[in-house]
Design a protein around this ligand. Sequence first.
Ligand SMILES: Nc1ncnc2c1ncn2[C@@H]1O[C@H](COP(=O)(O)OP(=O)(O)OP(=O)(O)O)[C@@H](O)[C@H]1O
Ligand SMILES: [Mg+2]
Length: 382
Amino acid sequence: MAGVRLDRVTKQFGKVTALDSFSLDVVDGEFMVFVGPSGCGKTTALRIIAGLEESTSGSVTIGGRVVDDIPAKDRDIAMVFQSYALYPHMTVYQNMAFGLRIRLLKSWWWQLTHGAEAKQRKQEIDRRVKEAADLLGIDNLLQRRPRELSGGQRQRVALGRAIVREPKVFLMDEPLSNLDAKLRVQTRAELIRLHRRLGITTIYVTHDQTEAMTMGDRIAVLKDGLLQQVATPDELYRRPDNTFVASFIGSPAMNLIETQTDGGMAKLGDSEFPVPSDAASSKIVLGIRPEEFRPDGPGVELRPVVDVVEPLGATKTVVLNLKGQNLVASLDADVELIEGEPLSLWVKPQSVHFFDVASGEAIRYNAGDAVAVPKEGSSGTT
Ligand SMILES: Nc1ncnc2c1ncn2[C@@H]1O[C@H](COP(=O)(O)OP(=O)(O)OP(=O)(O)O)[C@@H](O)[C@H]1O
Ligand SMILES: [Mg+2]
């Protein structure tokens, strides 16, 4: 097993900077997720780690060894792609064993001249394939051909092919994107269980923030080739470093509202929120997660008008209008709402995020800042 370190890795494709001085330490045994919008450099980063792409500058270390000059096949990693190709004419067993046979059994000539050793290695391959098949629950499919399998089963064969190699590091590039929603959730859980059992360092690429949040020990958020933040899912959700991370992580997305500050308070409708003392300009971006709107206090009361209600079963997503400002709230299904009518909602001042208008960087409360929770009814409008 091994950790992976990226040290200021940059990749230019002509004028396009796919990765811009990307530095990251993936700890041994960690499940790290790379997430970000299309084109942000996720696949490029994986391919550079795998050795399938050369970086323009910077360095990659796997298991304490600088691998920049080591070819892909000697890096001891296994990669699972979005579009995995199984050999159609081979059985599941043969598909899974194929890479290992090439590596361990070399040529027919080597096998002829190394009879005993070749036999031992064949047994080793057989053991690994059967173990992996067992782990993935496809041990009853070993004699089938790919066309006789469902999409999810094929996906598992592709994973199995990576597992049998017993690599130091797994690299997975959106391996579940071909699966339907239900199967994706199920396979996601299987992958997590698999990681717990094998403990192999894994870097997993997705553009789906839900997938990132449910799978990652830590998540690296990328945008335009630049690392925005790397943290645990909880930390990313609670303390996003900038407006991009704030709006990318969480669903529905955080409300980001540009507003004026006055006397240490930021205005929202007729209500006010205390601003961190570090805020320098007279404008600030206020961030409120949809799930932080509560039908009861304590907190700061807001009186928006209900615009649109989207029922989602246990919760409902509500588009609100606060003096011309659109807000999205996530409320329990049993909160009664009438479209076109005003509604009282409360927000705790401590749950509000603040960002610099110009840079988008988070501004946080300091220890000395007073973030008193107003008593019910003592703030806001009536
Ligand atoms: N071989 C290439 N030649 C030129 N440009 C490339 C090449 N590969 C990637 N790029 C560019 O580099 C940037 C990053 O691409 P990359 O494939 O890493 O994005 P990604 O985050 O994996 O996106 P997606 O979520 O769509 O898979 C994009 O702007 C892309 O167009
Ligand atoms: Mg990609």
